[in-house]
Design a protein around this ligand. Structure first.
Ligand SMILES: [Zn+2]
Length: 439
């Protein structure tokens, strides 16, 4: 009888597991090429109203493509709409499940050495174990920070890297959209470089600033993408019969003004109110508690190869808009050197046809942080969120190149001049003078 029960259990389980594994079987990825304003507007309407189609990138005049995923059942409808409106498109992946099956996820355990591999993705537990290991390996320099708490009760863990007190801060927020796996990976890479690199510019950057880096700010969503649904974007709070709020539409700055949805089933659902979600509320309180210490704030997303600056609802230039654009463009110039990867620098409103309630707008408007950027990492829609693992290292290397150049250019434009560094130099001059006097 027991044997029979087990047998029945297996029979019941097998179809369920198979169904889970092949959840995206025959889902097709399209790259659409809008050619005029009407095309962009139509695509934006579909994105805002038709939850059948998963927009992997936003319709933006900055880009000549829009990437959209369709289930096998809805493919014909999508193609009909596109053909009816004379929009060109190509199929970039006939069956995205094949790309999902190729992705590797490895576990990191504390008995390993302190380095991660940059040719694989990691689970949340692995990332957190690695952070814990770094704290042991770099006592007094690396410290665990908790930026908040998720709906399911997970800590939003990060690492603070500091070589002394009184320094200005650089804040990096990754993984707020859980399916963008390259984002936590690049944040981890930055941490790794700051702690282990022998490159003089990297070491100076590590020494001169206090770094606050949170690789995964949507931990529940990230776990869900690893365990249940690879393409999950939002958090995991149930809202009626739907689940999840887009955490990058939920910040209390022009909330729900544009580019967000009131439909809980939508992937860009802004939530029942600004800061309705524990993740955004707690993280924003943490950021606010840092007062005016932050000189540079980076929010890391994928994909499209864009560097975006606030604001999401206005193309009007704010006080240091032109400086921010210039610094950003130069940083993207440095990014392109190593592998020729081209990024476009632009304003969020012109880039994504207005989207409000994002973290960078809130940080810029409410906290007046001087330099605030949003990265949209590789690629330009060929693989999108399913960026192949052999692109992880090159992506992360070029992002690090751009970050160092960003700091360098920011200083040239009169930003990020660490007062601590200045005091340090003055102290050394003073010391040298004293030594000279007594010789
Ligand atoms: Zn994103």
């Amino acid at each position: 009888m027991i044997f029979l029960n087990k047998f029945l259990f297996l029979i019941l389980l097998v179809p369920f597991v198979s169904c889970e594994k092949f959840r995206f079987n025959n889902y097709t990825l399209y790259r659409i090429s809008p050619e005029n304003d009407q095309h962009y507007k139509l695509l934006q309407d579909i994105q805002n109203t038709d939850v059948r189609f998963d927009f992997w990138s936003d319709p933006t005049p900055l880009l000549d493509f829009v990437t959209v995923l369709s289930s096998p059942e809805d493919k014909d409808d999508l193609e009909e709409i596109l053909r009816g409106n004379k929009m060109k498109y190509e199929v970039t992946m006939q069956n995205i499940q094949e790309a999902i099956d190729k992705e590797t996820v490895e576990s990191y355990t504390r008995s390993n050495n302190i380095s991660m591999s940059w040719n694989t993705y990691y689970t949340l537990d692995s990332i957190n174990s690695w952070l814990a290991n770094l704290i042991t390996a770099y006592p007094g320099i690396a410290g665990m920070i908790i930026g908040g708490r998720s709906y399911e009760g997970r800590d939003i863990k990060g690492l603070k890297i500091s070589h002394g007190s009184g320094r200005r801060a650089i804040f990096i927020e990754g993984g707020i959209h859980s399916r963008e796996w390259i984002s936590p990976s690049s944040a981890c890479y930055i941490i790794n470089e700051l702690l282990t690199s022998n490159d003089p510019a990297t070491r100076a950057a590590a020494r001169d600033y206090d770094w606050y880096i949170f690789p995964v700010t949507n931990p529940d969503g990230y776990v869900w993408t690893h365990e249940q649904f690879r393409l999950w974007r939002k958090n995991r709070r149930p809202i009626g019969t739907a689940v999840g709020v887009d955490l990058n539409r939920n910040w209390n700055n022009n909330w729900l003004v544009s580019g967000a949805s009131v439909n809980p089933a939508s992937d860009i659902y802004a939530g029942p109110g600004p800061f309705s979600e524990p993740e955004t509320l707690s993280l924003s309180e943490y950021i606010r508690s840092m007062g005016d210490r932050i000189d540079l704030y980076l929010s890391i997303h994928s994909f499209s190869q864009l560097l975006l600056i606030p604001f999401g609802n206005s193309t009007a230039a704010y006080a240091n808009y032109h400086d921010a654009m210039n610094i950003g463009r130069r940083a993207m110039g440095a990014l392109s050197v190593r592998y020729g990867t081209q990024y476009i620098t632009g304003n969020i409103a012109e880039a994504i046809y207005q989207a409000t309630g994002g973290s960078v707008d809130w940080v810029k408007e409410q906290l007046k942080v001087p330099l605030v950027y949003c990265y949209e990492l590789r690629d330009r829609g060929t693989f999108g969120f399913l960026l192949p693992t052999d692109q992880i290292r090159p992506n992360n290397e070029e992002v690090m190149d751009s970050l160092l150049e960003m700091i360098h250019q920011a200083k040239r434009f009169g930003y990020m001049n660490s007062s601590n560094g200045l005091h340090g130099s003055l102290f050394l001059c003073f010391l040298a003078l004293i030594i000279k006097m007594f010789h």
